[in-house]
Ligand binder design. Sequence first.
Ligand SMILES: [Zn+2]
Length: 238
Amino acid sequence: MKKILTISVLVLSLLLVSIPLIRANVMWQQPAEILYATTIILDAGHGGKDGGASSRDGLVERDLVLSITKMIEESLRLQGFNVVMIRCDDQDLASDYATNRKREDLNRRVEIINTTENAIAVSIHANAINNARWRGAQTFYDPKFLENKELATHIMDAMQANIGEFTREQRPISNIFILRNSKIPTALVEVGFLSNPDEARLLACEEYQQLMAYAIFEGILSFIEFMGLDEPILEVGD
Ligand SMILES: [Zn+2]
């Protein structure tokens, strides 16, 4: 009798001990979708009638940057971040009756950026120039806020670490509409030169797009951690 009681107490105490673990495990398997207070706004440049740059082989900036941006979005969502996509399909943000399509499109993008709370923004583009030799991914920032430089630098560092030779240096720039008018930490990424045939071929590969997306994702996470913006919004367990 005494032995059974001892075993019962042992089983009971084991059960009690294991309850929080089981509960924690359930919570772990069913995480809330959004774990962090910081929202990441991803701006795939151009869209619809505005194709942006293009390669000799017909790769268009509009399509390339949307593909890469969707890959970054997926990684950020899996990580537990709220993501705002400025565009998810092949259209710009101007209305059908816009008199100045480009201006209305850019104004709308800036409006989304400046009306989203607790956010940072990354705009994704691809470059082209009248010289086939230029190549390399690069980040740009408006020097008006130190945070802009930090964000551009963290993404640039992650691209150099993951992609290596096809990269350049982060650079301040003051005449880019979105960067100049954004009131939150914002950087612009040029994923490479479509005017360079080698780089355009690389950018057309899904594997290279994945690598580029991963590097940008890693740079964003690194910036968020560096700035202490990784405060969780959920208490796990009790
Ligand atoms: Zn562009």
